[in-house]
Design a protein around this ligand. Structure first.
Ligand code: ADP
Ligand code: MG
Length: 679
């Protein structure tokens, strides 16, 4: 039962099944003192009645506890027969649970309950742990109190020897940490709140410390052992392109990142680099220049994009930019016709293609390269970990990997989820860009908003109108999109205006045609779902209207908004919503209106949603800290990281006697490193 419900297998697991909180069992609430702001309540009194109500699905057991100030209702929806068996009307009970109010009366659903005896009446000396439990366990009578007994049993059996020190002495001294055994003991059964705090502090640090340590060790071993294709020179392709075809001069940040990449790829070791740059910061050009260097050294490159539209667009622009150069650029996506595909596969394997642009179709096993030396993954947050790992295997010597993302990752998240990657940032936008002005409007203002769009179109600009598509298969979403399309048409009648529409149910050809008409300026309005989200580049588009903006997440809104403000003209983003908004939605809209800074938005996103929900990191087990939080314990994360760096730089193999406890503990811990090769 414990195994299945909670994944608890060993006594160690039980020790690390930490209590949610502790209650002071010496304190019993008077029922009359319970208010709407009371979170948990502990009351003592007599069980006055107990009755089975409702039937089938609405079946429930309702009872009441009365003290000298009032009455509280107890209710059970599950495990009813068990509760009926152990409780007796007229007996005194001590009851603890989460308090809610039902029809204005205080209620405890599925409370913990025990006989009220002289023993607990006079109170116990320590704080009693409250553990998380599931409804199923509760139904079997395994509640927090039972856990508390299990855990207490464990402490009767183990000694300090069973929980040996795992940190170097110097760190323990520096941070004044308590012993490991004591930390476990006090997190369950603290003598005081201060004892509990000391325990939490040490155990949180351990979590960060060992996560950082395994990341750093992976990085070191990769630097030592992984061979990479050496790009020894910068040759004609790069030089000629740079001199004659580069359409603008690089920003300082682009130049810096390019240097970082050149240094890595020239070293003989494999590069694994994460490149972050806000939307529109010019990552593509950095990728192209790097791929030209690869070609100069006789290596093939791939550029992998998350959608067909984006792959097509990368292909078009790279093809155009390099048309005067002797470099073969091709496109491979899911919709490439079989005959052409076979030809492309042939040209990949004989080495005649230098740059292959595509979607995930390029990592299929069928695609074999002669000598793949460089792989770019654009907008990495759209790719799964497994897909990325497959790139590694595309060459005997794994290709250098450049992962690009426009969804900035907060530093704490980057340290934990991508800490083994090298890291570059383009923190400068090309000159002349103006920040996008963002406003939030009620749907009732749609006519005025459309008038504003008309003004922009009259100036020769173009506009996006975006509809939410939460699920690709959702019929309702498509109906909304079609309704929206009709409405947009009524605001923008042909032939004065022309409208493109793009959504996920269209064939790639239809999508492409609609897209191209917008890119070339044949249509002034693009009605679309979020397929437009990443990468699309139409500098003449200056307005984006986002319908039902409350349904989008922050990073999605930021990505979408990044489609405007790409040219020299002032751009606008209008977030349309209904009247009723959740607090989270209101907060998201407020953030979008107040800043264009992707890093700030990413920090907020992390705060609102928590690390588990951030796209692309869900799979990385190392974010699942039991106690520590990368949102709330930033300073501790930095401290742990610094401590690890100091140890590793002095003693990378952990040979020093001082580090023996660390090494022993690591050896004992099963390494969960599958995710570490994600780049
Ligand atoms: P992102 O980083 O979002 O992928 P892109 O690579 O699509 O951005 O670049 C956005 C736009 O900025 C493109 O039109 C690109 O040609 C242009 N651009 C990139 N670098 C520069 C630069 N140094 N100076 C001027 N424009 C640039
Ligand atoms: Mg891009």
């Amino acid at each position: 039962m414990l195994r299945k419900e909670l994944n608890l297998f060993t006594y160690k697991d039980l020790l690390e099944f930490y209590p949610l909180r502790h209650v002071d069992k010496t304190k019993v609430d008077k029922i009359a003192s319970l208010t709407y702001s009371t979170d948990y309540a502990q009351v003592a009194g007599i069980l006055t009645d107990m009755e089975l109500l409702g039937d089938k699905r609405s079946k429930r057991l309702v009872a009441h506890i009365k003290d000298d100030t009032g009455m509280v209702e107890l209710v059970w929806f599950q495990g009813i027969s068990w509760v009926q068996k152990i409780l007796q009307v007229g007996q005194q009970y001590l009851v603890f649970g989460k308090l809610s109010f039902f029809q204005n009366k205080p209620q405890l659903a599925h409370p913990e309950i025990e006989n009220y005896t002289a023993d607990n009446a006079t109170g116990k000396s320590h704080l009693e742990p409250i553990y998380p439990s599931t409804e199923k366990l509760k139904a079997k009578g395994i509640n927090g109190r039972v856990f508390s007994k299990f855990t207490a049993e464990v402490f009767k059996k183990i000694t300090e020897k069973d929980l040996p020190e795992n940190l170097p002495d110097s760190i323990i001294k520096k941070f004044k940490f308590i012993k490991r055994y004591d930390a476990y003991k006090h997190i369950h059964f603290p003598a005081s709140p201060a004892h509990y705090q000391h325990a939490v502090r040490r155990l949180k640090f351990e979590e960060f410390f060992f996560a950082q340590l395994s990341i750093q060790l992976i990085k070191i071993s990769r630097q030592r052992f992984s061979k990479g294709s050496p790009f020894e020179k910068v040759g004609n392709l790069f030089n000629e392109f740079y001199k004659n075809y580069l359409p603008f001069s690089l920003t300082g940040a682009q130049q810096r990142v390019l240097k970082e990449i050149r240094k890595d790829t020239g070293s003989g070791h494999q590069m694994n680099r994460l490149l972050q740059g806000d939307v529109g910061s010019g990552k593509t050009m950095v990728a192209l220049l790097s791929m030209l260097i690869a070609a100069d050294n006789g290596f093939q490159s791939v550029l992998m994009a998350p959608t067909e539209i984006l792959a097509q667009q990368h292909f078009n622009s790279i093809k155009e930019l390099t048309k005067e150069l002797p470099v073969k650029v091709e496109l491979l996506t899911g919709s490439t016709k079989t005959r052409q595909k076979n030809e492309l596969l042939q040209q990949c394997s004989d080495g005649s293609i230098s740059i292959l642009v595509g979607t995930h179709a390029i990592i299929e096993d069928k695609v074999v390269f002669k000598n793949l030396g460089f792989a770019v993954v654009d907008e990495q947050h759209k790719f799964g970990v497994a897909q990325r790992a497959r790139l590694w295997k595309k060459n005997a010597i794994p290709p250098h990997i450049l992962v690009m993302t426009a969804t900035p990752i907060p530093r704490t998240l980057a340290l934990t989820a991508y800490g083994d990657l090298d890291y570059s940032v383009i923190d400068e936008l090309p000159p002349g860009r103006q920040p996008v002005t963002t406003v939030h409007r009620n749907e009732t203002a749609r006519p005025q908003v459309m008038d504003f769009v008309k003004e922009q179109v009259a100036l020769g600009r173009q506009a996006y109108i975006i509809y939410p598509l939460i699920e690709e298969s959702s019929k309702l979403d498509y109906e909304n999109l079609m309704k929206g399309f009709e409405e947009v048409k009524s605001f923008f009648p042909e032939p004065k205006y022309w409208i493109s529409m793009v959504h996920g149910k269209q064939t790639p050809e239809v999508k492409e045609t609609n897209m191209q008409r917008f890119v070339s300026g044949d249509t002034q309005i693009m009605v679309s779902t979020t397929v437009i989200e990443v990468g699309v580049n139409v500098p003449n588009a200056t307005v984006m209207v986002i319908e039902s903006a409350e349904k989008f997440g922050l990073s999605q809104l930021h990505q979408l908004r990044g489609r405007v403000g790409r040219g020299a003209d002032k751009s606008f983003c209008v977030l349309l919503t209904g009247q009723k908004l959740s607090n989270d939605a209101r907060e998201r809209l407020k953030i979008m209106v107040s800043t264009n800074d992707g890093f700030k938005i990413a920090e907020k996103d992390l705060e609102i949603r928590g690390p588990g929900e951030i796209e692309g990191t869900r799979q990385s087990g190392e974010l699942n800290f039991k106690l520590a939080s990368i949102v709330h314990d930033k300073a501790m994360l930095e401290a742990a990281r610094t401590a690890v760096e100091e140890i590793i730089s002095a003693d990378p193999d952990l040979f020093a006697p001082e580090n023996a406890p660390v090494k022993a503990y690591l050896a004992q811990r099963k390494a969960k490193t599958a995710w570490s090769k994600i780049a």
